[in-house]
Design a binder for this molecule. Structure first.
Ligand SMILES: Nc1nc2c(ncn2[C@@H]2O[C@H](COP(=O)(O)OP(=O)(O)OP(=O)(O)O)[C@@H](O)[C@H]2O)c(=O)[nH]1
Length: 298
C-alpha cells in the first residue's frame, strides 16, 4: 500500500494518478471496497454499474475512458475518450469469464495501481454478473429472438401505456398491423433460411420507416405492429406508403415476390386495448381482401 501512496504522490502533477487517500491503511481499503460494493449493488443496469465503478476508480486513476466488452456487446462510460492506450483486464468469477474491462489512459499503469485495480475488480465482478444476467433475462422476456424487435408481451405493455397517455394527456397515437403476403411460399419453395432472412429484411424496412419515438414489434410468424406517436391520418398513409415502397425496392423481397398488407387506426380516448386492436385488424383484413399489397384504415 505504501507503494501506491508513493506513486500517487510522485506523479500526480502529470495528471495520471490522483492521490487516492491521504491515509492508506488496510482498514481504509476494506472500508472503501465495502462502500464500492454497496454502491455497485444499487443497480442492475450494466451502464449504471460501470458508471458507479468509474466514478469510484477515478479517485485512483485518472483514466480517459472505461469500456466493458462481453458477449452482450460493448458498454462504455459517458464521455469516454478511447484514443489513448488501452489497458485490458479479463474479468472472471472462477472459470466463468464475464468479459474484458478496458481502461484507456494517457499514462502507463504502474504495478501498484494494477494491484489496486485487481482488488477493485473483485468488488465489481458480482454486481456486474448480476447486471449481465438481468440484461439477458430482460432480453428473453421482451425481444423477438430472430429479429431483435420488441415482442408481443412488450407490445401489450406499450399499448396500455399509450392508451393511458392518450386518456390522461390527450396524446394521440395510432396502431398499424402488418402482415407479409405470400410468405408461406417462400418457406415452402426456398427453405426456412430464406424465410428467416426475409423476416429480418422486413424488420429493417420497418425500423427505417419510422421515427425514434415510434416502436416496432414482431408478434410471431409474419405478423408485425407499429405504434406511431402523434400521428395524423395522413402521417399513417405516408408511413404505409414508405414501407410498401421500401419492400418493392428490397432486392430480397422483390426476388421472392413478397409484399405487405397493412391495417391502421387512430386511437381515441375511450379506446380499450381490445377495441383499438380489433379496428386495426379489420383494416388489415380489408387490405388482404382488396388483393393485398395495400394499406387500409378502419
Ligand atoms: N422462416 C420462418 N417462417 C415462419 C416463422 N414463423 C412463422 N413462419 C411461417 O410463416 C408462414 C405464415 O404464413 P401465412 O401468413 O399464413 O401465409 P401467407 O403466405 O403470408 O398468406 P397471406 O398472409 O394470406 O398472404 C407460415 O408458413 C409459417 O410456417 C419464422 O420464424 N421463420
Amino acid at each position: 500500500m505504501e507503494n501506491v501512496h508513493i506513486l500517487t504522490q510522485r506523479v500526480s502533477g502529470r495528471g495520471d494518478f490522483l492521490p487516492f487517500s491521504a491515509e492508506h491503511s488496510p482498514t481504509n481499503e476494506i472500508t472503501e471496497t465495502h462502500k464500492l460494493v454497496t454502491e455497485l449493488q444499487t443497480s442492475l443496469v450494466i451502464e449504471d454499474v460501470l458508471a458507479i465503478y468509474a466514478k469510484f476508480t477515478k479517485q485512483l486513476l485518472n483514466f480517459s475512458g472505461l469500456q466493458f466488452q462481453s458477449t452482450l456487446g460493448t458498454t462504455q462510460t459517458s464521455q469516454s475518450d478511447t484514443n489513448s492506450t488501452p489497458y485490458i483486464f479479463d474479468l472472471a468469477i472462477g472459470k466463468e469469464h464475464l468479459g474484458q474491462l478496458i481502461y484507456f489512459s494517457k499514462f502507463p499503469l504502474g504495478q501498484a495501481i494494477e494491484k489496486k485495480l485487481h482488488t477493485l475488480h473483485t468488488a465489481l465482478v458480482y454486481p456486474l454478473r448480476n447486471a449481465m444476467m438481468y440484461s439477458r433475462v430482460l432480453k428473453l422476456a421482451t425481444k423477438d429472438a430472430l429479429t431483435g424487435l420488441n415482442n408481443r408481451s412488450q407490445f401489450n405493455d406499450f399499448l396500455l401505456q399509450k392508451l393511458e397517455n392518450c386518456r390522461r394527456y390527450q396524446r394521440p397515437f395510432s396502431l398499424m398491423l402488418l402482415d407479409l403476403d405470400n410468405f408461406k411460399q417462400v418457406n415452402d419453395n426456398f427453405g426456412h433460411k430464406i424465410g428467416d432472412d426475409t423476416l429480418k429484411e422486413f424488420s429493417k424496412v420497418l425500423c427505417s420507416s419510422i421515427r425514434g419515438t415510434d416502436s416496432v414489434f414482431r408478434f410471431g410468424g409474419d405478423e408485425f405492429a407499429l405504434l406511431i406517436e402523434d400521428p395524423e391520418f395522413t402521417t399513417n398513409k405516408v408511413i404505409a406508403e414508405r414501407i410498401m415502397c421500401l419492400v418493392r425496392k428490397s432486392p430480397l423481397m422483390s426476388k421472392y415476390k413478397v409484399t405487405t398488407s397493412i391495417g391502421f387506426t387512430l386511437a381515441n380516448s375511450q379506446d380499450s386495448e381490445t377495441e383499438i386492436f380489433a379496428r386495426a385488424d379489420k383494416g388489415l383484413y380489408k387490405a388482404k381482401a382488396s388483393g393485398r399489397n395495400c394499406a387500409k384504415a378502419y
